[in-house]
Design a protein around this ligand. Structure first.
Ligand code: URA
Length: 202
């Protein structure tokens, strides 16, 4: 298997080259099981960037993140704070589906990370809303549970972007009693981006 990409290898790529590089990526074993890569979608100059875990079966089939049941809830969560799906940029820590939706492996996260970091650098969001334990722990290099990471603002190491972790919508579908806390997180996130340029182009 190819070694993980160094940050420098993608750090200068613009959107089209980055998307093409991801589409043909063979840096980890997940490429063997994918139907296609799931690059990310939405506004490339968004104020809010959403980061999830990895594509599931529907995302692998359609090539777009968060299109299944969890995606419908994510869309509703965004609408609740006045944002349409098209106004944000949505990506995952992994661009390929792990078999059977198992948790990503450390080497897979490491191989894929430069792609996500380049996406964040290109979008230059005012805020990262990071959904779920896997993505939050990976981005923050933490092993704290999501219940302790959520509810406060972090800063993305290296890129200096405010980061608000919250529960994954798939978890909220199973545990609707936690929606109240997710709503608090959304309000916290919104409080960081109200003011000039909120929701609109920069
Ligand atoms: N769950 C995720 O974390 N990402 C997706 O794209 C779909 C489901």
């Amino acid at each position: 298997m190819a070694p993980p990409l160094s940050k420098g290898a993608v750090a200068d790529l613009e959107w089209e080259e980055l998307e093409a590089t991801v589409a043909t990526c063979r840096l980890c074993g997940l490429c063997d099981g994918r139907k296609q890569t799931v690059f990310g979608c939405g506004a490339r100059d968004a104020d809010w960037m959403i980061v999830g875990e990895a594509p599931g079966a529907e995302e692998d089939r359609l090539g777009e993140p968060f299109v299944g049941a969890a995606g419908k809830l994510l869309d509703a969560m965004l609408r609740a704070v006045g944002l349409a799906r098209e106004q944000v940029f949505i990506a995952n820590t992994l661009k390929c589906r792990p078999p059977g939706n198992r948790d990503p492996h450390v080497d897979e996260l490491a191989a894929c990370r430069p792609y996500l970091e380049r996406q964040i650098a290109l979008v230059r969001p005012r805020l990262l809303l990071v959904v779920g334990r896997i993505a939050a722990q990976a981005l923050l290099a933490s092993d704290e549970p999501i219940g302790r990471l959520r509810g406060r603002v972090h800063e993305l190491p290296g890129l200096g972007v405010p980061l608000v972790p919250t529960y994954h919508p798939a978890y909220l579908l199973r545990s609707p009693d936690q929606k109240r806390r997710a709503w608090q997180d959304l309000l916290l996130a919104r409080s960081l981006t109200v003011g000039d340029g909120d929701g609109g182009p920069r």
